[in-house]
Design a protein. Structure first.
Lengths: 290, 333
């Protein structure tokens, strides 16, 4: 792609997809922005007057808003920590030669193929249910009082469920990265007198830095918008204890048929996501440079 | 100190025995080269000595102390890998410092050793670069620097020059030889290139399929190869082998004569043939001679002034005192 002609041709050829993508993103974004300035409630038909920042002030002063922000951050951070920590451990284990390696790897990856609603339902009914769940049985077998996870520790339970779903992704990426590590480097470190822990810290972890960055960035994008798991398990409750921003917007707009308010919430979520993105790129983006 | 003794060492990967029982003694301060064709087990042998592979049976002693079960770090050996195995995210300085950091050498002592290694290896200007920003030869020197600062009992090199271009290879060969002169530390050097072996070694170990075919000084191997394999492997161009009546006349199954031990003439000689290819290097000329009735091709080496061309008839006379005679079992008679 060095000559002027080939560059022009390249631009011409990618233009349809660029235009399509722009339309795909800009039109909804524009409409959301537009609606967020209107009083637009489906239960109150009539004209939709322009009300300026009224929707925003209602959304931002909503009693659930602060809780939702903190819950969103806790959810993202919690899942990131668990999946990356667990992913590194699993990747290290799966990288060892062992019997039945192929099957074990498929088993590890399996949760990723289960759709969020289903996995949340399975967790809710089969594991966490205080009467019939496996954990309840386990507690009873140990002579303990069954623990109602979803009522007592709703956010932690959801973090657990979402981590279970994303652990395979992190493991897979980290495992591939680990396998690309030159074994002579590890042997050199071994000859240099590095103990297993030092080898991990000084050789493996720096090698994994880029893969970890990729996992953090991709997961953050998806974790900011966790929704199905909350809807089928706790409905955001008790109170606002497990409401994240996505869920709050759903409550505000769909449950109250308030398009204006929902749109304002959406714009707030976009701004928040961008703040997180800028923050992340500042912090770890340099790992992506070759 | 760096005396290494292997007794009855074997190594198998699964059912495949890569190293059959092998005995070898490496003396303190010696420059020993393991040479042999690809896949003959040179690297495996080196890794057994380093402790990166466990021996299947047998004993390894370093400085008279049992080392068979010792982990690599405890053997006081430093290895330079073929891929250099530098740590890509660390600067040259940190790479060189790494083994000392692991051994908890005090900071000022570390700095001092890095300084002197960098000076000896011409790396002073590159200490703050990452390995990715260095040329092949510089990376090689960093790998050597990382080995030197540990002040090991012996250095192990696994084909360290095979990733370098020809000119650099000659230069690094000299540098490593000089390093050996200066440090007088035992060095074990693996290569498949017999020129490297001949030029650098105090003692060459010729390996084939895990077997030691011969151990000796470069000139020993050149003058008195123990069998056909060593005779063919050491020396460039290869020794000519002649079987049949000519060999029988010398009371041997096979006779060998090196290209440089054949006199050539345009008019008279013992053997006659037709030049197929002539290579003129300036200082020397190599002629590949066909239709001699002795072997498919006889290679001769003559001084650069002699100019036969393709198709010329050539007469050759071997120097009787330089004939090598081998029995039917391939061993020297
Ligand atoms: N880890 C291993 N597992 C199985 N076979 C191996 C392993 N390492 C080396 N080998 C085999 O051992 C033989 C010798 O290998 P190597 O020592 O690397 O040869 P060289 O360095 O002389 O080229 C080869 O046939 C190779 O296939
Ligand atoms: Mg090798």
């Amino acid at each position: 792609m060095s000559t002027k002609a080939s560059r022009a041709a390249a631009r011409l050829m990618i233009s349809p997809s660029v235009i399509l993508l722009l339309g795909w993103m800009l039109i909804p974004l524009g409409l959301t922005l537009y609606f967020s300035f209107l009083r637009y409630n489906l239960l109150m038909p009539g004209d939709n007057p322009f009300v300026g920042l009224e929707n925003y002030s209602y959304f931002l002063t909503d009693p659930g808003f602060t809780a939702a922000i903190w819950n969103t951050l806790a959810l993202v951070l919690g899942v990131l920590v668990i999946t990356i920590g667990g992913g590194i451990v699993l990747a290290l284990l799966l990288d060892q030669p062992m019997w039945g390696q192929g099957i074990v790897r498929i088993l590890v990856i399996a949760p990723f193929f289960v759709m969020p609603t289903v996995s949340a339902l399975v967790w809710k009914n089969m594991f966490l249910n205080p009467v019939n769940g496996l954990f309840a049985h386990l507690f009873k077998a140990l002579g303990l009082q069954p623990y109602d996870f979803l009522a007592q520790a709703p956010l932690l339970s959801i973090i657990g469920i979402v981590s279970w779903q994303w652990l395979p992704f992190a493991t897979l990426i980290l495992l591939t990265a680990l396998q690309s590590l030159d074994s002579e480097q590890l042997e050199a470190a071994e000859m240099d007198g590095a103990k297993p822990l030092s080898r991990f810290w000084h050789i493996m972890l720096p090698h994994l830095a880029r893969a970890i960055t990729v996992v953090v960035l991709i997961q953050t994008i998806f974790l900011l918008s966790v929704f199905a798991e909350i809807l089928v398990t706790t409905n955001g409750g008790p109170g606002y204890a497990s409401t994240n921003l996505t869920y709050l917007i759903y409550v505000q707009s769909l449950l109250q048929y308030d398009v204006g308010m929902g749109s304002a919430g959406g714009v707030v979520a976009i701004i928040l996501a961008n703040i997180v993105a800028i923050f992340l790129m500042r912090m770890i983006g340099k790992n992506l440079e070759a | 100190m760096g005396k290494i003794t292997l007794s009855q060492v074997t190594k198998s990967f699964g059912d495949v025995q890569v190293i059959p029982p092998l005995d070898l003694e490496i003396n303190d301060g010696e420059f020993v080269v393991f040479v042999g064709p690809s896949g003959c087990g040179k690297s495996t042998l080196l890794r057994l000595i380093a402790g990166l592979e466990d021996v299947t049976s047998g004993r390894i002693e370093i400085d008279g102390a049992e080392a068979t079960e010792l982990p690599p770090a405890k053997r006081r050996l430093a290895m330079v890998f073929q891929s250099y195995a530098l740590y890509p995210h660390m600067s040259v300085r940190k790479n060189i410092a790494f083994p000392m950091k692991m051994a908890n050498v005090p900071e000022d002592e570390q700095a001092r050793r890095i300084e002197s290694a960098a000076k000896a290896l011409n790396l002073t200007d590159y200490l703050d670069r990452k390995p990715g920003q260095l040329s092949g030869g510089q990376r090689q020197r960093v790998a050597i620097g990382r080995a030197i600062v540990r002040e090991p009992a012996a250095f192990l090199f696994d084909e360290p020059l095979s990733n370098l271009d020809a000119a650099l290879r000659v230069g690094m060969r000299l540098e490593i030889s000089e390093l050996h002169e200066r440090l007088a530390t035992t060095m074990i050097y693996v290569t498949h290139d017999q020129v490297e072996a001949m030029t650098m070694a105090d003692k060459i170990v010729v390996l084939r399929a895990g077997h030691i075919e011969q151990v000796g000084s470069p000139l020993d191997l050149y003058r008195a190869p123990r069998n056909l394999f060593v005779a063919g492997f050491i020396g460039s161009p290869k020794m000519n082998f002649i079987e049949g009546q000519t060999a029988a006349a010398h009371g041997a199954h096979t006779i060998g004569i090196r290209p440089e031990h054949i006199e050539v003439s345009a008019t008279e000689g013992l053997w006659q043939g037709r030049v197929a290819v002539s290579e003129h290097l300036g200082s020397d000329s190599f002629f590949h001679v066909h239709d001699t009735g002795l072997a498919d091709v006889i290679t001769v080496r003559a001084s650069g002034e002699i100019g036969f061309r393709h198709g010329d008839t050539i007469f050759m006379t071997p120097r009787e005192d330089q004939l090598h005679r081998f029995g039917a079992d391939g061993l020297r008679l």
